[in-house]
Design a protein around this ligand. Structure first.
Ligand code: NAI
Length: 336
């Protein structure tokens, strides 16, 4: 069988440690992958003079699939976010984050059967970067909502709901205030919902949604929303299940996809062998499913869950004493 070519961006800080751990676990599934390693982030800037060197774009263009660790974006100096640049370049309009409780992990909500899927529009809204000073003391920031982008994210959410046999899609908005922009987003969601009569559809205003997510998170299923609400709500829901060190993320377009840990570079523990690679490993579970390796995806998912259920090889951030390597060895042992 031909090997898959996948671009690996280890990133900065704990990035190389969690990337190495994830590559070991994915390779242990037996799926043949040739990893093409390229550097982006602070190290790339220091060594090659560019935050995203040209070979990163070339590798992602050719391989179409990427796995990315956290990268440090220097603050100020006009540096654009690497993640935003990659999403724009490759038209990665879906930001998908599944949020599930890991077995055995003690969190505030650990006794609830949480299984949420967040679909965040990834290309427009207040992230258009269109800001200007109208007159001194007055700044305008443009919120762009288009029919095209709203319809394609709604479609992605409903198609997922149907495929994954989910009961309900909830659209989150503030159309009571932003009647035109969020109004258009809702209109597009309703039009798509009408094409999926087998999936229930409802709508919630974003502030109410936040309260409900904290009080009754188990009543939610698939959620779809514009970029800014998605940014905030996806972190809120990550907090329900143990934080950003746990949850995976995927940025998906029609031709390319980048799977990434959503936590940062954790400079406080970088290089000490303490980092938790769960988020990137769970992103690799999504990646394997995306490339059609469902069986390996399920095996890796089950192996991670078994290690959490046993609770004896967990890293410090989730209450254990294991190193990155010990946790990874335990996952690999469960792969059989
Ligand atoms: P951070 O997520 O790096 O760290 C916050 C806290 O969580 C720290 O105590 C850290 O030790 C802990 N932590 C995070 N991931 C962990 C893991 N996998 N295992 C164990 N502990 C973990 O957030 P912070 O400090 O705000 O950002 C540091 C750098 O990361 C900045 O340069 C920022 O630009 C970058 N960053 C990159 C992101 C990305 O590439 N997706 C996302 C967020 C931040």
């Amino acid at each position: 069988m031909m090997a898959y070519q996948i671009t690996l961006i280890p990133g900065d800080g704990i990035g190389p440690e969690v990337a190495e751990a994830t590559v070991r676990a994915v390779d242990a599934t037996g799926v043949p992958i040739e990893w093409e390693r390229v550097e982006a982030g602070a190290r790339a800037l220091a060594e090659q003079g560019q935050l995203i060197p040209d070979d990163v774009f070339a590798a992602l263009e050719a391989n179409r699939i990427g796995l990315k660790g956290p990268t440090a974006t220097p603050i100020g100096g006009g540096h654009q976010s690497i993640n935003v640049a990659l999403r724009k370049k490759f038209g990665l309009y879906v930001n998908f984050r599944p949020v599930r409780m890991l077995p055995g992990l003690k969190t505030r909500f650990h006794d609830l059967p949480l299984d949420l899927a967040i679909f965040r529009e990834n290309t427009e809204d207040l992230y258009s970067g269109l800001e200007h000073e109208v007159v001194p003391g007055v700044v305008e920031s443009l919120k762009i909502i288009t029919r095209n982008a709203s319809t394609r994210i709604a479609r992605a959410a409903f198609e997922y709901a149907r495929r994954d046999r989910r009961a309900k899609v909830t659209s989150i908005h503030k159309a009571n205030i932003m009647k035109m922009s969020d109004g258009l987003f809702l209109k597009c969601c309703r039009e798509v919902a009408a094409q999926f009569p087998d999936v229930q559809y409802n709508e919630l205003i974003v502030d109410n949604a936040c309260m409900q997510l904290v009080m009754r998170p188990e009543t939610f299923d698939v959620l779809v929303m514009p970029n800014l609400y998605g940014d905030i709500i996806s972190d809120l829901t990550a907090g329900l299940v143990g934080g950003l060190g746990i949850v995976p993320g995927a940025n998906i377009g029609d031709h390319h996809a980048i799977f990434e840990a959503v936590h940062g570079t954790a400079p406080d523990i970088a290089g000490k062998g303490l980092a938790n690679p769960t988020a990137l490993m769970q992103s690799a579970v999504l990646m394997l499913a995306h490339i059609g390796e469902r069986e390996a995806s399920v095996r890796l998912h089950n192996a991670i869950y078994q290690v959490y259920a046993e609770g004896t090889h967990l890293t410090g951030d989730v209450g254990g004493k294991a190193s990155t390597t010990e946790f990874t060895d335990a996952v690999i042992a469960k792969l059989g």
